[in-house]
Design a protein. Structure first.
Length: 376
């Protein structure tokens, strides 16, 4: 005889006051078909994204000839598939949902750094960037924070000191966000994090969420100012920066600000399927990020898994080919490879020159070429 389902006992366990183990969650999927459907959808998307990531990383490593540039592009290309992988772990193990958010942030921070490094690489180094931007002031009256700032006051010439300060304002997320996540987990274990009442001003949770938003918006503000200032100059040389900025900007937004908004929303609604767990805000955030990857990964494929917008000059023999490596093979390799390497460095520097050395070169050596790291 089939055992009758006790709905009262079910909601006694799954009432948003605790996180079940993976085995308990799977045992009750029979009575939570929505949760099972969400898990299956997330698993399929993650599997597809993983295959896309592996294919794209291999393509970039083979077809973008300069090591530092290809490395930065691989970080950008992989960010959404990695988000899918780490958040899927949180969906399978509800007790580790907040830890999966920490894992996503740990990958996000070096990706933000590599985005800045890619912009600098397009210029040919920090010295070249500062020299070429001396006539183009950086405007800070950009969203999300300073769009109402007077244009004449919110602008300035980019100098080394200012660039270093702005870079720190971006990279502060690498320190602030892990610290806030650590404090969140500490208060959750202590039982003082208000999961059911996120607006409780007497508890630390509200202030942690506010600091998370401030930290994220600060980084987004500086990235937006950099991108809008650099784009006109780099676009002249056929470099594509806008889509890459969108990839990083929305990764910051979805990984941090979205989770804060969801935390406030779920605190105002009753506990229900598909995630009747204590960490339902992290579960919802993880599932939504996986769904959102379907929007942003095609942008990565179109703008990172290509030579267009990522290299400066194509020798004539390469223009009819879709890949750099494939063209070398078809052409016999020798003479074409020499032309490719010449285009790789208009100042006769080798690809093996360390990034730290290239950054220290003065802009006076880069007048004729567009930086010592210009690639084909």
């Amino acid at each position: 005889m089939e055992e009758e389902f006790n709905e009262t006992e079910y909601y006694k366990i799954f009432n948003c006051t605790s996180d079940p183990s993976a085995s308990e969650m799977f045992a009750y999927f029979e009575h939570n078909p929505g949760g099972l459907a969400c898990l299956i959808i997330a698993t399929v998307i993650t599997a597809v994204q993983t295959v896309i990531m592996i294919d794209g990383v291999i393509w970039i490593s083979k077809n973008i000839p300069h090591a530092e540039r290809s490395t930065s592009m691989m970080w950008l290309y992989s960010i959404w598939p990695v988000f899918c992988i780490v958040f899927l772990c949180g969906l399978y193990i509800p007790k580790a949902a907040l830890l999966s958010k920490a894992g996503a942030n740990l990958f996000l921070f070096p990706t933000v750094y590599n985005y800045l490094a890619l912009l600098v690489d397009y210029f040919g180094g920090e010295d070249a960037m500062i020299g070429k931007m001396k006539d183009d002031p950086v405007k800070y009256n950009k969203p999300p924070c300073c769009c109402c700032c007077p244009p004449k006051k919110c602008r300035g010439i980019l100098k080394r000191r200012q660039y270093n300060v702005l870079e720190l304002l971006v990279m502060q997320v690498a320190v602030v966000q892990p610290l806030l996540l650590f404090l969140s987990e500490t208060f959750i274990i202590d039982g003082t994090f208000p999961m059911q009442d996120p607006f409780n001003y007497m508890a630390p949770g509200l202030y942690i969420q506010i600091l998370t938003v401030i930290s994220t918006l600060t980084a987004m503000q500086v990235l937006g100012s950099f991108s809008s200032a650099f784009a006109p100059r780099l676009t002249q040389y056929k470099y594509s920066t806008g889509p890459k900025f969108v990839i990083v900007q929305f990764a910051l937004l979805m990984c941090n600000v979205q989770s804060t908004l969801i935390n406030f929303i779920v605190g105002a609604v009753s506990c229900s399927n598909p995630y009747p767990y204590k960490s339902r805000d992290s579960m919802w955030n993880g599932f939504l990020v996986i769904i959102e990857s379907l929007i942003f990964q095609p942008i990565c494929i179109k703008n990172l898994r290509t030579l267009k917008g990522n290299v400066l000059f194509l020798p004539p023999q390469l223009k009819k080919s879709s890949t750099y490596a494939g063209s070398l093979v078809k052409a016999g390799g020798g003479s074409l490879l020499e032309k490719a390497l010449e285009a790789t460095d208009l100042n006769k520097a080798t690809e093996k020159t360390p990034l730290s050395i290239r950054r220290s070169r003065s802009s006076s050596n880069l007048k004729e070429g567009y930086g010592s790291v210009i690639t084909v």
